[in-house]
Ligand binder design. Structure first.
Ligand SMILES: Cc1ncc(COP(=O)(O)O)c(C=O)c1O
Length: 386
């Protein structure tokens, strides 16, 4: 780009950084590549996609809020998970990533404080940074006892099978978070794309359902349970926020893809839906257990980790605090991909020694061979630093 064009870019473009995950995804299609990097569902998990019955009227423009039948179904699903709401509180999204964008537009000015988990979903950080957010620790919000603290405008959390850590908040932690939001008046933004992938009994009731006063947004995704290519998610919000969110959605893309909405509704109303989701979770449980035993075998001397109770990721802490971004090119040379932990950190860091590994996408054979080779990459790097 010429300097003349550069001078015409908006000031906020200075805060627009490439998403590390999208850049890694671009090399993943190379033949022979084994990826533990993205949060990709297993390709065998996609339901059949027969669009021959889509009514012709779905080719027309639709409502910004989304199809009423889909919104009603989502409201009914919300009731079932303990977050009762009206269909009027549901906004269909073009992927739940859009929810992050809309909520950021609604709350974040340059310098606005956003409380979040350290580490957190890297593409949420990308959006929040773009709008100029400053970050504070969730812990500081939980510990705030008086008016002395600067109240974050927004609190962004992934309480259930967190990305990247896989952690699932206990009932007491959820209560404490809801109380902190009520006490301080920060707006709670709960992101919940992994809740259906549960492998051990654990608390999953939304934190938003525990609020008495604070405004809130809860969002879910159809990417992991159905198909990410459909680009469909949803948010549910406290009624005070809905008019703004609907207008932001209008301005962003008029409405989400109606063919995707039709297809997703068929899937949600399929009598076999719950059996299918359970079978998928069971399949991922097996993948998690296999991954866990290969990690025990190949990584025991290199790293420590907790076996996640759900979700799609292992979060490893290497025995040395390296900058794992430097190890990524070495892994890619061996046709292996992982996510460096530094990408999930709200503050710049010299190195965390943490990595995120996805276990849903690779086949069993790829997993064993890939983890064996990845361990060698890390072993050599750790020896070089010792
Ligand atoms: C925590 C979290 N939120 C949101 C998203 C975006 O999902 P999508 O836009 O596919 O619904 C992801 C994707 O991996 C995620 O991990």
């Amino acid at each position: 780009m010429t300097n003349r064009t550069k001078a015409r870019l908006s000031q906020r473009i200075a805060d627009l950084h490439a998403s590390p995950i999208r850049e890694i995804l671009s090399v993943l299609n190379q033949p022979g590549m084994v990826s533990f990097a993205g949060g990709l569902p297993s390709p065998e998990s996609f339901p059949p996609c027969d669009l021959s019955a889509v009514p012709a009227e779905f080719l027309q423009y639709g409502a910004s809020e989304g199809e009423l039948a889909l919104r009603s179904q989502i409201a009914s699903d919300m009731h079932d998970i303990g977050l009762p709401c009206e269909p009027s509180q549901v906004l269909v999204l073009s992927g739940s990533q859009q929810g992050i964008d809309l909520v950021a537009k609604l709350f974040i000015d340059p310098g606005s404080l956003v409380a979040l988990e350290h580490a957190t979903y890297l593409a949420a950080l990308q959006v929040f940074r773009f709008f100029g957010a400053r970050f504070s620790r969730l812990q500081a919000l939980l510990e705030a006892q008086d008016d002395a603290m600067q109240v974050p405008k927004l609190t962004y959390v992934i309480p259930t099978f967190q990305n990247p850590s896989g952690y699932c908040m206990t009932a007491a932690e959820r209560d404490a978070l809801a109380q902190a939001c009520d006490r301080t008046g920060t707006v709670l933004f709960e992101d919940d794309p992994y809740r259906d992938f549960v492998y051990e009994p654990c608390e999953r009731n939304p934190v938003c359902a525990r609020l008495d006063r604070a405004s809130w947004v809860y969002q879910g995704s159809f990417s992991k349970t159905l198909a990410p290519g459909m680009r469909l998610g949803f948010l549910v919000a406290s009624p005070d926020l809905m008019p703004y969110l609907v207008r932001l959605k209008q301005a962003a893309d008029l409405h989400s893809n109606r063919i995707s909405q039709w297809w997703v509704l068929q899937q949600l109303q399929d009598p076999a839906r719950h059996a299918r989701t359970q079978a998928l979770a069971q399949n991922y449980r097996v993948k998690r257990d296999n991954f866990s035993s290969y990690l025990d075998h190949y990584f025991k001397d290199l790293a420590s980790w907790h076996v996640p109770q759900g979700g799609l990721f292992f979060w490893l802490k290497l025995k040395q605090t390296l900058d794992t971004r430097k190890l990524l090119p070495l892994a890619l040379e061996q046709q292996l991909a992982f996510m460096p932990g530094e990408a999930f950190m709200p503050e710049p860091t010299a190195g965390t020694g943490q990595i995120r590994l996805n276990f849903s996408h690779a086949t069993a054979d790829q997993t064993e061979a890939g983890l064996a080779r990845l361990a060698e990459v890390f072993r050599r790097a750790l020896q070089a630093c010792a």
